[in-house]
Design a protein around this ligand. Sequence first.
Ligand SMILES: Cc1cc2nc3c(=O)[nH]c(=O)nc-3n(C[C@H](O)[C@H](O)[C@H](O)COP(=O)(O)O)c2cc1C
Length: 243
Amino acid sequence: MNHQSDNSSPEQPAADDALAAATDASDAYTVSARAAAILLVFALLATAMMAMVYRATQAPIAASTAQERLRRINEVLAPAEYDNDLLRDALSIPPEPALGLASGSEVLRARARGQPVALIFEAIAPDGYGGAIRLLVGVRADGRLSGVRVLEHKETPGLGDYIDPARDRRRARPWIEQFVGTSHAELGDAGFRVRKDGGQFDAVTGATVTARAVTVAVGRAAAWAHAHRAELFAASLSGTERP
Ligand SMILES: Cc1cc2nc3c(=O)[nH]c(=O)nc-3n(C[C@H](O)[C@H](O)[C@H](O)COP(=O)(O)O)c2cc1C
């Protein structure tokens, strides 16, 4: 009598198939898990490398940004005129309509042996030919302008861009230099206009719109700095209060 089990029962192929399928699924799962683990390791390595690169470049980028800022500042006030760390003597101010600023900004205070020398800040002329013109303005403690530079503009190249001394053909005395030494106390609003409008400042014929916008904005900025100079020089660094 044969008691051997019958391997070829009708259920067996199905069981084999199920076992094979389970083995395949398990293999597939192992492969997927390994791939996922490898991906995770690469993702972690890439993230760690990015973090390292960010940390390594953060300080040099900050240093070069500060250097570039100082370069622009030095164009409106000579470094020999002050002895403090200007960039650290920066007073935060809220949006100031007189400066054409829709958002908060900073006023840098230049001092020599602790005495006020000049205030340096941004102002915007909203009505250039091509739109807003961003300016950097320096106003001395006595209210006279120490310098003005254009930080950003969209004036027409070769026509309205003479406001940037790098683009101005008058190398000996660029147009923007005519503000140096003038004061709002002396000229008033009426003086801070282009000659065509009865003021004291030249414009380039055929491109008066640009000069008009910059001149009026510089006059407003000079008036604002002179009116608030005492509070601006005295305000503590933590203050974000309106001067
Ligand atoms: C294509 C084009 C671009 C111009 N770009 C400027 C510009 O950047 N700045 C400017 O003041 N005037 C620009 N003008 C000229 C002004 O429309 C305007 O005529 C001029 O500023 C007036 O100056 P004026 O009173 O000295 O003639 C441009 C004109 C044209 C047609």
